[in-house]
Design a protein around this ligand. Structure first.
Ligand SMILES: CC(=O)SCCNC(=O)CCNC(=O)[C@H](O)C(C)(C)COP(=O)(O)OP(=O)(O)OC[C@H]1O[C@@H](n2cnc3c(N)ncnc32)[C@H](O)[C@@H]1OP(=O)(O)O
Ligand SMILES: O=CC(=O)O
Ligand SMILES: [Mg+2]
Length: 359
């Protein structure tokens, strides 16, 4: 909430006739936010059949859509939005950046055309709370004009150094804030990092084992190196900012589509650090995201065992030589609740989770 605003005004609609803002952002499974280019006829034709196979379908209007295709992408998304029954799948969009020639018309046309279908609008290159305030008021005006009865939520991509520095105020800038994604490609450029990739690690970013001896022979001898995680600091900051404001953090793109192994590792790091999902750029990344962002059968079995052993949730018990108490119980409850939420929308997972026996 901006410092200049009173608490009671925070949840007031920002335009007469706009829907009342939500006081809490509901958790809706969004393990994979699948990007597609609505101006690409081949890709767009696949979207109706993807309903129900992925948690979120996102019509991308920003980077990766050619400048000449920007209008076709916007119109294409409106057509897909109108003609498709999305059932349990959420429909999101990523609009063009607020300083581009397209953003205003993106917002105006999308809210008017498919505002009743759009769950979340992803805003790229968010620099600070002022960007969210702008979108917030404009959306309220457009929602009122379109007669919408539920607010469209807003998701910011963290992909500038300024946005990172302002991450907490961005998360708390509006009741519409649904979550944040990491934008490692633009962020790397803005920070002047020397990577040339879309997400993932870099072999040069490493730590090396100390030399066995301080002389030339020791220094030049083979020493083990470990590649480090370039994104640890950024993801951890993003997770804290989101948790503080009751909204949801996501990893972003992993551009090496062929390297499904490193993609899974990057997704898992984000999952373990607290992210609820990631982007999928290619159909083959959906299965990876679903696998990683759904707790494993083993983790659920253990979590349920701890919950059962902890009874009223206080005190300490020993399980397999390990101490469990109120704090480990709370971690286990995070896993158990996530499993319940995912089982409610994913029949295959439900079968696996229901079959778990708590020993
Ligand atoms: C830094 C950032 O901003 S990241 C976010 C922006 N980037 C994006 O949104 C990229 C989205 N993805 C894509 O554009 C494409 O997947 C690319 C360019 C990466 C690869 O595309 P292709 O070379 O066509 O991949 P490939 O040949 O493996 O595609 C196989 C099939 O899947 C389809 N396909 C590929 N990507 C997608 C997608 N995202 N959604 C739906 N279908 C897709 C292709 O049309 C192709 O269909 P076909 O078998 O009927 O011919
Ligand atoms: O938009 C995503 C990014 O990595 O940049
Ligand atoms: Mg970007």
């Amino acid at each position: 909430m901006p410092a200049s605003q009173s608490a009671k005004d925070f949840f007031r609609p920002l335009a007469v006739g706009a829907p009342t803002p939500l006081t809490e952002i509901p958790f809706r499974p969004s393990r994979a936010i699948h990007f597609f280019d609505p101006s690409n006829a081949k890709m767009a034709a696949k979207i109706p059949a993807m309903v129900g196979t992925v948690d979120v379908l996102l019509g991308n209007l920003e980077d990766a859509v050619k400048a000449d295709n920007k209008l076709a992408a916007r119109e294409g998304l409106i057509t897909i939005g109108r003609e498709t029954d999305f059932g349990p799948t959420q429909l999101w969009t990523r609009i063009n950046s607020l300083d581009s020639p397209w953003a205003l018309d993106d917002l105006t046309a999308l809210v008017e055309g498919i505002g009743d279908k759009l769950d979340v609008i992803m805003v790229p290159k968010v620099q600070g709370a002022e960007d969210i305030h702008y979108v917030d008021r404009l959306l309220a005006q457009l929602e009122a004009k379109a007669g919408l009865d539920r607010p469209i939520l807003v998701h910011a991509i963290l992909e500038t150094a300024r946005g990172m520095a302002n991450v907490e105020e961005i998360c708390g800038a509006s009741p519409r804030m649904q979550g944040l994604s990491l934008g490692p490609a633009d962020l790397a450029a803005d920070r002047r990092m020397k990577t040339t990739r879309v997400g993932g690690g870099h072999p040069g970013y490493l730590v090396r084992q100390d030399p066995a001896t301080g002389d030339e022979a020791g220094i030049n001898a083979a020493r083990t190196t470990y590649q480090q995680d370039l994104w640890h600091y950024t993801i951890a900051r993003m997770v804290d900012a989101c948790a503080m404001h009751g909204i949801y953090p996501y990893y972003g793109p992993f551009g090496d589509i062929a390297d499904v192994v490193a993609c899974e590792d990057q997704f898992r790091n984000a999952f373990l650090l607290g992210c609820v999902g990631t982007w999928s750029l290619h159909p083959k990344q959906i299965a990876i995201a679903h696998k990683v962002f759904s707790p494993s059968v083993e983790d659920i079995a253990h979590a349920r065992r701890v919950v059962a052993a902890m009874g009223d949730g206080t005190g300490a018990v020993m399980l397999d030589g390990k101490m469990e108490d109120d704090a480990s119980l709370k971690q286990c409850l995070v896993v158990v609740r996530l499993a319940e939420q995912l089982a409610a929308i994913d029949p295959e997972l439900k079968k696996q989770y229901d079959a778990i026996e708590v020993g």
